[in-house]
Design a protein around this ligand. Sequence first.
Ligand SMILES: Cc1cc2nc3c(=O)[nH]c(=O)nc-3n(C[C@H](O)[C@H](O)[C@H](O)COP(=O)(O)O)c2cc1C
Length: 339
Amino acid sequence: MADLRTIYMGIPLRNPLIVGASPLTANLESIKRIEEMGAGALVTYSLFEEQIQLERFEFDESLHREDCRNAEMITVFPKMEHGGPQEHLMWVRMAKKSARIPVIASLNAVNKETWFEYAKLLEETGVDGLECNLFASPKNVQQENITAESEQIELIKKLRQAVTIPVSVKLSFFYTNPLSLVRRMDEAGAAAFVLFNRLFDPDIDVNQEKNVSLLSLSHETDYRLPLRYTGLLEGTIKADICSSTGVFTGEDIARMILAGATAVQTVSALLRYGSAHIQTMLKQFEEWMDRRGYSTLASFRGKLSQRYSSEPWAYTRAQYVKLLMDPRGIMDKPLSRKD
Ligand SMILES: Cc1cc2nc3c(=O)[nH]c(=O)nc-3n(C[C@H](O)[C@H](O)[C@H](O)COP(=O)(O)O)c2cc1C
């Protein structure tokens, strides 16, 4: 029987399937179920800067209730479903205490002071690691990418010094060159990279002529973007790679590890099919390993990365050239559900 154990950010996991930050990791009952279904670890839903600032604002407001404030101030922060930061910290502490699998806390701050203060407070809850959710989409045409990236690299360097638990970085793919950013953050001491986050995109309801934001889940072929970057990064950095987005099946776990991942994260698959799907994915993965004759993850990790693959161009632009040289390869083949 295959041994699914792995070591992620220096933390031993019983298998590489991590449940990502989401409503699935936001209550104790759900966490218990995730654990029972066999997940290797979980990442708690993020503590956001807005929650922290909102609490500070409310506290400040209570001190200065008689002050004349601009009425628009109350709309500065979006209505939050979550509780405040104290409640969040208490909850993470409880989650860590009750879970038998490793618990990684997630933080998404904006101000430097908030990052450091809350990274330390989250560490004090006893969690095994900290995932920095560097969610930031471009907001204006003035912001220089060099400045934004340098600030984030500096942040990781300082966070590493501020806490003793391992620090991972969850990135979106909105960077000019995610590969060079990852390399520089690797040098800054990140223990792992979660590639990639999936951002909620805005939408427009044309009947009501209103901006709306809808919950959008990943689709089953979305794993290809993280797969590409996993394959390109394997062997180039010290940190672990945790492939995320579009991981739906045991085969997807196998794909990511073949490309060079140490672990994977999944959310949409479980929101779509329920937590019991963890068991299905792990069974599929284990059966695949048995079929291929692999007894450990190390025996095939990175085998199809750009570094080791016999077809390294598969990760580069040249793949289009190959298709152009032999278009019959595409035209003659019946299209599958995944094409
Ligand atoms: C409803 C929902 C809530 C999420 N909340 C968080 C969060 O609090 N912090 C975070 O870093 N990512 C959050 N994510 C992103 C997921 O952790 C994950 O990175 C993303 O959904 C891509 O993985 P998937 O394709 O398996 O869904 C959320 C995703 C969904 C669908």
